[in-house]
Design a protein around this ligand. Sequence first.
Ligand SMILES: [Zn+2]
Ligand SMILES: [Zn+2]
Length: 342
Amino acid sequence: MKAVQLIETGKPLELREVPLPEVGKRDVLVRINAAGICHSDVHYRAGTSPVRSLPQTLGHEVAGIVEEVGAEVSSVKAGDRVCLHYMVTCGECYYCITGNEQFCVHGEMIGKHRDGGYATFIAVPARSVVPLPSEIAFEHGAVMMCSSATSYHALLKARLKPTETVAVFGAGGLGMSAIQLARALGAWEVYAVDINADKLKLAEHYGAIPIDASETDPVAEIRRLTQRRGVDVALELIGLPLTQNQAVECLAVFGRAVMVGITDEPFEISAYRNLIGREAEVLGCSDHLAQELPTVLEFACRGHLDLSQVVTRRVPLESEAINEVMDALGRFSGEARTVIVP
Ligand SMILES: [Zn+2]
Ligand SMILES: [Zn+2]
């Protein structure tokens, strides 16, 4: 089969002919119909977030059709439309048993720790497979397995309640899902903070109140728009100390700021002014849970989550096209989301 692989860190990906993966007794072989190209993949290629071993087939946002199942698999059958939970977990460790399998001690991420979706086929354990309803396009289902699922997990971590207000820092792929899901969960107002006019326009299309941080101080603007109260929930999806600080600064009394964007840099908060004085909370959010994925797909089926304006480009399973998309993502100039359609 064909696979686009990282052969050497820091170099372009290469198209290779590789053997079909083996299908174990509890595994499912999926013919891939869509694989999202994610900003994380750019970090894997560059080595800023290293993969486990080389060569490595990238791609953790995967949807397709079941081709074959192992002897002990009864949950899905050949021909089923599916998408994949990107963490392959053991199901037996403390974290798996308590339903927090994103911390599985044997956890392997597809496209990073084991071969991923930039290929014709992928084999994963049956417990990683989620049925994809026929109303949802493969391209959308694939992307929902990463950005939409993580946005949803962040809103659950934030304990968002109906009638509350939300600020989303970063109107990219994660942000567009976060805005829609926050509204679906009953948020009365969702503010979208970004410096890119096109992204803010799209955020507005999805129901957010846009705040252009290149023109105005977003914290002051959020205070003005909320009659000085601040927001109940702030999601930081960028991973910059500046916006992490702003996400905490714009909180209301009892507000919760959730950190999703990744950086090694520290950011500053005043325990007294930001946290104690408001009984505010700062939370971390890592990935999402398998049990959240069917709900995310159900939001899409019910029309609350629409990625038709987010997934804007399709490329074939060819190294040149994929490398170009990753180059653009690395410069922050890429399309909102590109999906490989083999
Ligand atoms: Zn991703
Ligand atoms: Zn486990």
